[in-house]
Write a protein that binds this ligand. Sequence first.
Ligand code: PLP
Length: 433
Amino acid sequence: MHFSSTSQQTTSVPLKQAVLKGLAEDGGLYMPASIPVLPASFFEQLHQLSLPEIAFTVASAFLLEDVPAHVLKPLVEETLNFEIPLVEVEKDVYSLELFHGPTMAFKDVGARFMSRLMAYFTQDKSGEMKVIVATSGDTGSAVAAGFHNVPGIQVYILFPKGKVSPLQQKQLTTWGDNITAIEVEGTFDDCQQLAKQALADKELNRQGRITSANSINIARLIPQSFYYFYAYGQLQQQGKPIVFSVPSGNFGNLTGGLLAAAMGLPVHRFVAATNANNVVPQYLQTGLYSPRSSVQTISNAMDVGSPSNFARMEALFGGELEQFRRRIAGYTFTDEETRKTIREVYRQHGYLLDPHGAVAYSGARKFLAEAPEPAIAVFLETAHPAKFREVMEATLGEAISIPARLQEFSEKQEHIVPMQNRFEELKAILSQA
Ligand SMILES: *Cc1c(COP(=O)(O)O)cnc(C)c1O
């Protein structure tokens, strides 16, 4: 299968090139040149299939021409070597817990898949590859976990100074070895812009291979469709329309869902749930898309003012506002509302939402309240609450327990390379190695 750029100014490329380049030459994002529709028999069987079985079928539809089954099958199984439970929080509202991977955020799914695919595509080549990743909090550590001590790969994480939670920062900065954590005096959008600039820079590309591990990479997007099929399968026999509420920042997770729908998964609607960084809900409401600087919130991994995957959603909807509106409902919530939701859901149902999951839960509830017919809402719980310990404890007024996997990070020494928001500084850092 070939992949084409959302900017449509270059010809389509094979999978390997799309994965190793990250961003298309014309600055666009790669999308499958055509989206395979899966057979009805697959959808009928969904409830009987395991997550790795579903993932292998979905991945095969995109990758089998380029990655043989005997490689792809174990790759998918290793990616998903943790549970993704679907938990009923209250009647018709389910939490899809995507945080049981090694760094305890949903980013593990895409990062584990991508790192293994990149390692497969580079195994024959000698020489180093630089992987650059901008993070709003969780992507950096998931990518670091995927690539730590992989020979021939150097990872550079760009994170916004003072805008990630203390535990997230520990998870970014304590790896050492082939992982470098760069603290940027700026916002996530600045980090993302710097990463894009590095990928497009002719001189850096001459020095050696360089790629991106952000959700702009198609190898992260495809696996983010797997769990929509899996969750749907567990609920389909209830016979009600199924809605997914996705806590969104860069919109890679939601675009994964749209991909599943384009492959034939009969999702009723998607809810784009955002914090105050609400350019997409505003677009749905007014028809005007106006990206702007991000503002800081307690759901910091969604503090994105110019979401990269908007270009992919536009490509899927042919740029038509009405198509967007037909498929996606957009809601936005303040930090105050998010805190209130965390408290209420904990008191009423004993379920601990993290600030991102709380935004998604609120989106699910709002959709159900406004829907003319009964439906089931699945909200994506994208991170373990303990990653946001300070916010959680201040919100609940009580201590929460920290899983050993996170505790380990907090005991390690941080290593940080600081820089201003200037591309020349980044270039100097990348050229040193
Ligand atoms: C990255 C992230 C999000 C936002 O996902 P996008 O794909 O960027 O929309 C939501 N919640 C958490 C915990 C995240 O780490």
